[in-house]
Unconditional design. Structure first.
Lengths: 645, 645
């Protein structure tokens, strides 16, 4: 039987056209994914984020006349790709998704003190622990004897002989340096500066050579945090641990779905593994590296050591190692510890012989972001019991002390990083990161990241906690997240969806209303419920009560700060004294930063990872009940939050 | 002042056009080189080889109406690019030089017994010496415990743990194998075959993994000889040393000149280093590797070990390491021993972690082809004195015994490999490799390489020795190489150039006369004079007489055999008893073959190279006089050849 497929012509950026045949009933988002046409779709087709907008230029389609599209936009041809289906031949304009990433890409010299503070505090702690200055890399200046007719030893042997005599240990030389050596020696009167890496084996290794006077200042290392939603990196001087530059961008894999399961499924399709790898490496990491190097006045090849922390799926997709089996019983990763990778293996444009160290995974759902993060939190050193919570697209928990550490994972979704929320965004310029609401007037008092006068662009994780907490406190929404008051800022659209306008069109950067709908609130409630129920279930499984917790460390790129009181009020975090809580920022990144500066840190993290136990929450009989009970503000069991409710 | 340059449009293969502006008086060959337009020019513009033919399509040019162009061809527009200069805007058709290489590219299963013989004899000798089966690579079959929910160890750790237990030594895994592992394990019920490389350090290394049943037969290694004129390779099974396939082609760098000095100069121009590297790697080595692998039924990634022998310039240009200083006083190479190179560094398409070992250089003009060749000749083991002669584009000599070895080099030019000779060619199908001439009738009796009925295409090195030796013996040419008899086969053209027709048009493959001109003979005489005078000078310098030579080993791709008696007759080799001579073929290749099969051979060659002394012939006051005296048949000093003269 022949199926009557519809011809769809996607017009993408740069004037290119992609022609594909869509079976009846398939959404344009699905059709586009198969044809590898990039459409920004953080909610992966759930119809919640409203970001997969496309414009019909000709032909007939049904659906897509959805609440995210205004009547005017509908007339112009705008539809949500996830909701619209071809019923004739179509020509479809696709907005440039690369543009969307680029607009989210940001490189700074990291001058803002509050961002530096976390690194500087950690660096101080590492120095106190003796974990510093052992990246294994050093600069060695050598002066060679000039060759002559009666001393025609080759350049390379001349250098290696001198280095061995000078350092007391033989050395090999990387191919990269071999190709530079003859000219460098002759530019600098047969003297040069070598970047030398200490090795365990019989020989150290010369990674680079340069004329005297060049790069006398330092040796650069790079720490990367690859999050499901966001990629962040810092460039550091390995001699001092000083920060040289920082960069962040959205993870280009977002078009293949917001969560790790969607990404894994996409990666198993023909060519998918390479597409997913390219989406994060070529579209995000490589341009970010160029950006941070440009800011620091370096070439990418001058990065001699790289560390990467990411969850297990991200570390597989980054390396192009099959992630297929992560989601299939018995949930076995391809690797825990990636082993000795080189810059050239990974195509990231740094020095080809740079050692690239991935923070070790401990299971399919607890990965390097957590092992690096646990190190950074220092809970592994304490005698008292701590809880470490990483609020990312996946939520991960680690409980324990210096004697034992137990971890588990839950799927929170991207809401904490602004995904899956119609007006969500990451914690960068324009994000509402905090907000009080006047109970009387229902007027908001937002705090916006950025320079004075910055207009709001969206709401980041900490802002969502605040606004939802305040909406609940002011009685604007009920325990189910439904709107129960009326007013200028509370409205209901033609589909019966209620929303709260945080900023009116004339106040925002986009010129459109910035509003939080009850669908957004519902998404957020499920995210916070996932976290809270995971905490409860884990403690029950190991038979500890909440009271044993001396400290709770909250990590994640949720915002530059988090109002713990409001997070407790909405039932996201346990009702403990506020002073027990410590917001410690992006510990995946700070852990990677500690790793790049010190090999001892890497060894310590490996040791921590080997000792960590993984609990599978889904096998805990009470977990689903806990989750359902937590899908209220603050919780169905009000006793748990009686000081806040 | 504005120079009135002429616009030249080169039409090259594939219909592409290259537009360039030529200053008045510049040859089209020069103009083409600057524009990176490939023209086959083995004599590098000396006007002797007659191979740089181009066809003028429009415009006016002067020169190029040269003896290599017939009047009919001249009318059609054919010119020699090295001799023709633009005097107006020109459109020039350039024959496809890639085609010329391709036609010279040859891959075989190496079934011909006379080619196999040298390898089999060497292999036997290596086994007797205990230099075999130690390539460091082995196949290990492992059976892993299946993972389960209560045993979710990652694939990689599961493999490494099992290998360590099974072999008694820890192992790391190459990135290439990491990416294959998860699927291989699940295709083969968690068993697999590993290609394991033994390492000196704490860990062996898994280079590859494959499902049970695949490649149970062997592990492939590749030995490459990179000659200035010719590239040759053999694929071998590292378990047995058996030959799997062989391939050869012209060196694509030929368009940048026939000798190493021209190549070095070209490599120092902007972009030149990469152009020279590409010309030999991408145009010759990579396609040959594909060819030999196809013949053997392997993928190039299944080559796990590679050895390369080439002269010092070739080893620099192959790796892309600057060769600039080789030709400048004090003649210092960038490296003697290239160190630990990997397949991926060199872009040759083999396993990215394959170890690539270059035979060590000992100076700017004695390189890895000689150190590998000396090993292959076994002269380093003898108590008696031997002379090793490598007849390549450079001629190199090594003299000595187990106590000492002395080497020197001379520039013979490409004549021995058929370059710089109008009808010259390499020793492949269609080459006249031997030839007797009837003194009475002056009729030739050639022996042609190839199947019965093969028509002659050209003359290879051994054929040239024969023909010139016979022309001299029969009194057809005098001691200066000038024609002194007349007849059907001896003619003189309008430029006064005499020639001997070895085969008339109707007998040849091309349908054109195959003739040796007195210019060719003169080129050849200078090549043989370079060799002979070098031998004499070297022995004088170290104060040994010819009589001390017990054995003379003649190596090189000059032909599958060489008639020593005729070589002595023309004064190319010293007048010693014929039984002292041994033609031992391409020892650069057989040496590389020994190296790929055995790490001990590599160590031995390094040891030999460190002990070898290099003599600079040009600093020997008598060398030029020796050379001039040797530019006769057989020599100005007839006493040296009194049994042959």
């Amino acid at each position: 039987m022949e199926v009557n497929n519809y011809k769809v012509i996607f017009k993408v950026s740069g004037g290119e056209e992609v022609v594909v045949f869509a079976p009846p009933g398939e959404s344009l988002l699905e059709t586009a994914k198969k044809a590898n046409v990039a459409i920004d779709a953080p909610c992966s087709g759930n119809g919640t984020c409203g970001k997969c907008r496309v414009k019909l230029l000709s032909g007939n389609a049904e659906g897509g006349n959805e609440r995210h599209i205004s009547p005017e936009e509908y007339v112009e041809g705008w539809r949500l790709a996830c909701a619209v289906k071809a019923v004739s031949e179509l020509i479809v304009q696709v907005p440039d998704v690369a543009q969307a990433y680029k607009s989210r890409m940001k490189v700074t010299a990291l001058s803002e003190s509050r961002e530096r503070a976390a690194f500087e505090a950690l660096q101080q702690e590492l120095e106190d622990m003796g974990f510093h200055g052992d990246s294994g890399l050093e600069l060695v200046t050598v002066h060679l004897k000039q060759p002559a007719l009666d001393d025609a030893m080759a350049d390379q042997e001349r250098l290696l002989w001198t280095i061995a005599a000078q350092t007391g240990k033989a050395a090999g030389i990387s191919f990269f340096a071999q190709r530079k050596l003859p000219k460098v020696l002759r530019e600098s009167d047969f003297s040069c500066i070598c970047v030398l890496r200490q090795e365990d084996g019989a020989e150290n290794r010369i990674l680079d050579v340069m004329p005297l006077g060049e790069n006398g200042g330092g040796i650069a290392g790079l720490a990367i945090d690859i999050g499901t939603t966001t990629v962040v990196m810092v460039l550091t001087d390995l001699k001092t641990g000083a920060l040289l530059a920082a960069g962040s961008s959205g993870n280009g894999q977002i078009r293949y779905g917001a969560d790790v399961i969607s990404r894994i499924i996409q990666s198993t399709r023909p060519g998918g593994r390479e597409r997913l790898r390219t989406a994060v490496v070529d579209e995000c990491i490589v341009p970010l590296i160029k950006g941070v190097c440009h800011t620091a006045g370096l070439q990418p090849e001058q990065i001699y050591r790289v560390t990467v922390a990411g969850n297990t799926t991200m570390s597989h997709l980054f390396t192009g190692i099959p992630a297929d089996y992560l989601r299939l019983e018995p949930y076995v990763p391809a690797f825990f510890q990636a082993g000795s990778l080189r810059g050239a293996d990974l195509g990231i444009g740094v020095h080809p012989d740079a050692e690239v160290v991935l923070a070790p995974n401990i299971g399919s759902y607890v990965g390097g972001d957590i092992t690096a993060g646990v190190f950074s939190s220092m809970i592994f050193k304490k005698t008292s019991f701590s809880l470490f919570i990483d609020l990312g697209t996946n939520g991960e928990l680690v409980f324990g002390n210096r004697e034992f550490l137990i971890s588990c994972a839950c799927s929170a979704g991207p809401a904490f990083e602004g995904g899956d929320i119609s007006c969500g965004m990451r914690a960068t310029d324009g994000a509402i990161e905090a907000c009080a609401i006047d109970e009387e007037t229902m007027e908001p008092h937002p705090t916006i990241i950025g320079p004075a006068g910055q207009k709001p662009v969206g709401i980041c994780g900490s802002g969502l906690i605040d606004i939802i907490g305040e909406l609940f406190r002011c009685g604007i929404i009920n325990a189910k997240g439904q709107f129960i008051r009326e007013g200028k800022r509370v409205r209901q659209d033609v589909w019966g969806i209620g929303s709260y306008v945080v900023a009116f069109a004339e106040e925002t950067a986009s010129g459109r209303d910035l509003a939080l709908s009850d669908v957004d609130i519902d998404n957020f409630i499920r995210a916070k419920a996932a976290i809270f129920s995971a905490i409860r279930s884990m403690l029950v499984m190991v038979d500890f009560s909440m009271d044993t917790l001396e400290d709770v460390y909250v990590a994640g790129g949720i915002g530059s700060g988090i109002n713990i009181e409001r997070a407790i009020r909405i039932g996201m975090l346990p009702n403990l004294p506020v002073e027990k809580y410590h917001y410690i920022g992006n510990t995946s990144l700070t852990g990677a930063y500690a790793m790049v500066n010190s090999r001892k840190v890497c060894e310590k993290i490996t040791e921590i990872s080997r000792g960590m136990t993984y609990l599978e929450l889904s096998s805990h009989p009470g977990y689903m009940d806990e989750f359902v009970a937590a899908c209220f503000l603050p919780h169905t069991n009000g006793v748990l939050f009686e000081h806040h409710g």
